[in-house]
Write a protein that binds this ligand. Structure first.
Ligand code: G3H
Ligand code: 13P
Ligand code: ZN
Length: 349
């Protein structure tokens, strides 16, 4: 199956009332883990690469590895997505390489650190939408700013610093015509999101629900959605790691989000923890080992287990065969002739 448009994948998820995990990759083993989990659970998938991942692996390697996945698993729809594009140029280069979806994260300036103004965000996101839609490529925008920093990307601070304003979310969706909208509701990237199990004072599900009420047909995206499970933290620490006590986003809160318009759920940290725990265990308990396969295989299996679990919890399991991919060229025609809507349905306050 060719790579599919993320818009099609999310439209189908909305019809089916489920969410789709978007898992970050940096190497072949992570792609393999996701594809085996997708096969096991019969799930459509979003594979995403950050700017750091594109640099680390050389993006052409990642692109061809994902193409290989589409050949090896012809029954699984795969969308290939640029995570946290910081500029028009980053998104353009991803599209030119063959990504079927991009995130223009205009909530921060191009330095990936400084919060931008609403007007700057609208302008750069609209520029990406115009370029991408002409080519049938999906665009995710972001309004509001997440907490934390990943690989130098992020404003730092707590997730509560720049929570999305529902009125601005409506205006942003109308002015830009994005296909999917990432919102800030108190989550942060990385392992250190919350100092205890989050309640409504720090994880603003009420804001998410308010945005969904105003934008009932807009595909919402939850970033920073790792649950940081205690059992994965414990494995890392049991074998010499030094993680401090921390809490992530409980799966039941993500499921509440999915019942309220969340269609894309970004998860990276949980997989990082699973991989690191598995590698640490082998190296700690069998220090004589030095063949990378001896620790990469358990690492890949540990990530597969996390991804398969999330696919089931998000509801995408069983939906891989629901639809045939629409060629990107047809998607482009749909944007051009208006059959594929880019203006959100806005409910009165
Ligand atoms: O945006 C956050 C993802 O976890 C990607 O992280 O920029 O370190 O690759 P990264
Ligand atoms: P986590 O750090 O919670 O896994 O979030 C990943 C993410 O939002 C990638 O864009
Ligand atoms: Zn993110």
């Amino acid at each position: 199956m060719p790579l599919v448009s993320m818009r099609q994948l999310l439209d189908e998820a909305a019809k089916g009332g489920y969410g789709v995990g978007a898992f970050n990759v940096n190497d072949m083993e992570q792609i393999q883990a996701i594809m085996e989990a997708a096969k096991e659970t019969r799930s459509p998938v979003i594979i995403q690469a950050s700017r750091g991942a594109r640099q680390f692996a050389q993006d052409r390697y990642l692109f061809h590895l994902i193409l290989a996945a589409s050949e090896l698993y012809p029954d699984i729809p795969i969308a290939m997505h640029q995570d946290h594009g910081n500029s028009f140029e980053t998104c353009k280069s991803a599209i030119e390489l063959g990504f079927t979806s991009v995130m223009m994260d205009g909530s921060l300036k191009a330095d990936g650190k400084t919060p931008s103004t609403f007007e700057e965000n609208v302008a750069v996101t609209k520029q990406v939408v115009d370029f991408a839609h002409e080519r049938g490529v999906t665009v995710e925008g972001e309004i509001g700013v997440l907490g934390g920093v990943e690989d130098g990307h992020g404003a730092g601070g707590s997730g509560l610093d720049h929570i999305t304003d529902p009125d601005q979310a409506v205006e942003f969706a109308e002015l830009t015509g994005v296909d999917a909208l990432a919102i800030a509701i108190g989550t942060s990237h990385g392992a250190y999101k919350f100092t205890k199990k989050p309640d409504g004072s720090v994880l603003k599900m009420d804001v998410l629900i308010a945005i969904h009420k105003r934008l009932p047909n807009t595909h919402l995206v939850m970033h920073g959605s790792s649950s940081v499970p205690k059992d994965l933290q414990d494995i890392v620490n049991e074998y010499g790691g030094k993680l401090k006590e921390t809490w992530g986003v409980p799966v039941e809160e993500i499921q509440l989000g999915i019942r309220n318009g969340v269609r894309k759920v970004n998860v990276d940290t949980d997989n990082r923890l699973a991989i690191t725990g598995a590698i640490r265990k082998v190296l700690w308990t069998q220090p004589e080992k030095f063949d990378p396969r001896d620790y990469m295989k358990p690492a890949r299996e540990a990530m597969q287990k996390v991804v398969a679990t999330r696919m089931t919890q998000f509801g995408q399991a069983g939906h891989a065969g629901d639809y045939s991919p629409i060629p990107i060229t047809e998607i482009a025609k749909g944007y051009a002739d208006g059959t594929l809507t880019t203006q959100p349905l806005v409910a009165a306050k």
